[in-house]
Design a protein around this ligand. Structure first.
Ligand code: ZN
Length: 116
């Protein structure tokens, strides 16, 4: 069974962990960033986490995104121990417990966090 991964058009967040040193990380790699072990395990995240930081984007970086501004970018500490950047409900505050869903943003699938 492979983990659903929104970057591969699945409705899920995948992460990786190292069986050797127990490191946990988000961006897909073929080796552990901590100890170099070449057999990381890819797992399915629950989508639950806590808001670590928030940035309201008022001036979008591209013409395509300008139509969507303002929008909220959040850094979320996933309950599995990795951190990811995603979109979220503009009402979210630091420390809020959140749950991911998947939305279309400027024609792409993205993870989007709402208060849980
Ligand atoms: Zn490791």
């Amino acid at each position: 069974m492979s983990a659903l991964d929104w970057t591969k058009d699945g409705d899920g967040i995948a992460y990786q962990t190292c069986g050797n040193c127990k490191a946990v990380w988000y961006f897909h790699r073929n080796f552990c960033p901590e100890c170099g072990t070449s057999t990381p395990t890819t797992l399915q995240a629950s989508g639950r986490g806590t808001v670590h930081a928030r940035t309201l984007v008022a001036r979008a970086p591209t013409e395509e995104l300008r139509a969507h501004a303002p929008y909220l970018i959040v850094l979320v500490d996933a309950e599995e121990g990795f951190r990811l950047m995603a979109h979220g409900d503009p009402a979210l505050q630091i420390g809020d417990r959140v749950l991911a869903r998947f939305a279309q943003f400027a024609g792409r699938k993205i993870p989007y966090f709402d208060k849980s």
